[in-house]
Design a protein around this ligand. Structure first.
Ligand SMILES: [Fe+2]
Ligand SMILES: [Fe+2]
Length: 261
């Protein structure tokens, strides 16, 4: 896991990237945006020759996941593995022709991908948060890479320390999940599936891993009852806007009413 490759100047959200190597085959998970590319490429070289990477596994198609695709397609011969519903959108990140015959579009049901002598499982996680979304299950380490689920907002240094006290951690996850996750129904479906896995660690794309039985069960219990996204939106969120956006400050200015009629 690489947690602090993007400079923390406050403009870009902290993000984790991952490398899995099994018997001479390598895959990068959620390689990230252009901000991460140079550092990741260099740092990764210490563990595996990037040119020999077999796969870039993308949980979904957000900029912090795969905006660096053009660079990876140029510098390696890896194939991109991504949801079938993003298969024809991802080439917009690259120059013409770079992705030709190099994208594996995964159907909604997911699947198991051979890597070296092991496997990485692409586990359905649609609407958590992207419409086509996979998590990555590594049966060898029993880590579930959950993408944008289980995210907490913190610095790269903090993200290196696994969380074992889930109660203290929930406030750092709550706001993000309420707005970026789509629905409680989906969370409950996902929890029911996730409980069937012997998870040693839940590792999100932003923030700290969640480690150990108690913390993982605590996370699943929390996620299972959470109201998010469309559960919270009602007609108040769909009113035609009146406030002005101040281009200087980027703040909203409420409309001033004419005084005295
Ligand atoms: Fe995302
Ligand atoms: Fe993300």
């Amino acid at each position: 896991m690489f947690s602090d490759l993007v400079e923390e100047d406050g403009q870009a959200v902290q993000a984790n990237q991952f490398l899995i190597v099994d018997h001479g085959q390598g895959a990068v998970l959620d390689p990230g945006g252009n901000l991460a590319f140079n550092e990741l490429y260099l740092t990764l070289s210490r563990f595996f020759p990037p040119r020999q990477l077999s796969y870039l596994l993308a949980s979904h198609a957000d900029p912090d996941i795969i905006a660096s695709l053009d660079r990876w397609m140029t510098s390696t011969s890896a194939r991109l593995v991504i949801s079938r519903i993003w298969e024809r959108f991802a080439p917009h990140f690259t120059k013409v022709g770079k992705t030709e015959n190099r994208v594996i579009g995964v159907p909604d049901a997911g699947g198991r991908l051979q890597l070296g002598l092991g496997e990485v499982h692409l586990v359905p996680a649609h609407f958590l948060h992207a419409e086509g979304n996979f998590q990555f299950w590594d049966p060898a380490s029993r880590i579930l890479f959950t993408g944008d689920l289980g995210v907490s907002l913190m610095s790269g240094a903090e993200a290196r320390r696994p969380v074992t006290d889930i109660a203290a951690h929930i406030p750092r996850m709550e706001g993000f999940h309420r707005r970026y996750m789509v629905s409680g129904k989906i969370l409950r479906l996902w929890v029911r599936m996730a409980r069937q896995l012997p998870i040693a660690m839940i590792v999100p794309q932003h923030g700290a891993p969640i480690e150990g039985r108690a913390a993982i069960n605590g996370f699943l219990d929390w996620a299972e009852q959470l109201a998010v996204g469309i559960d919270l939106f009602d007609e108040r969120a769909y009113q035609l806007p009146t406030a002005m956006i101040d281009a200087e400050s980027g703040q909203l200015r409420p409309q001033l009413r004419a005084v005295g009629g």
